[in-house]
Design a protein around this ligand. Structure first.
Ligand SMILES: [Zn+2]
Length: 102
């Protein structure tokens, strides 16, 4: 048992089924034949972690630092900022972010 559940039928008879072109592990449901990959990691960020991220955002901590401390991915973090509707403040230690968006 690998703890996986078919997203389509909820069965737990899941076997590995090669890799997607992105290199991700693919899985196959033995019950309904549905093929899937695991959800992106940002789906698994817990509410407590989100709360922590939000709290750290109010401090003058670099975005990279927040990701390091909370363990969230940069892509999740960017998405989260977008969802907050918050513009990324300037002057933080974040050379990866685009300079300015119109
Ligand atoms: Zn299934």
């Amino acid at each position: 048992m690998n703890g996986l559940e078919c997203p389509q039928c909820g069965a737990v008879r899941i076997v590995k089924n090669g890799h997607a072109h992105t290199g991700k592990q693919r899985y196959l449901c033995r019950i309904c034949g549905h093929q899937f990959t695991l959800k992106p990691s940002w789906h698994r960020v817990s509410e407590a972690t989100v709360a922590l991220v939000d709290r750290l955002l109010t401090e003058r901590i670099s975005h990279r630092g927040i990701c390091r401390v909370t363990g969230v991915s940069r892509s999740w973090f960017r998405l989260h900022l977008k969802q907050l509707g918050r513009s990324v403040p300037h002057g933080v230690d974040d050379p990866m972010s685009p300079a300015k968006k119109a």
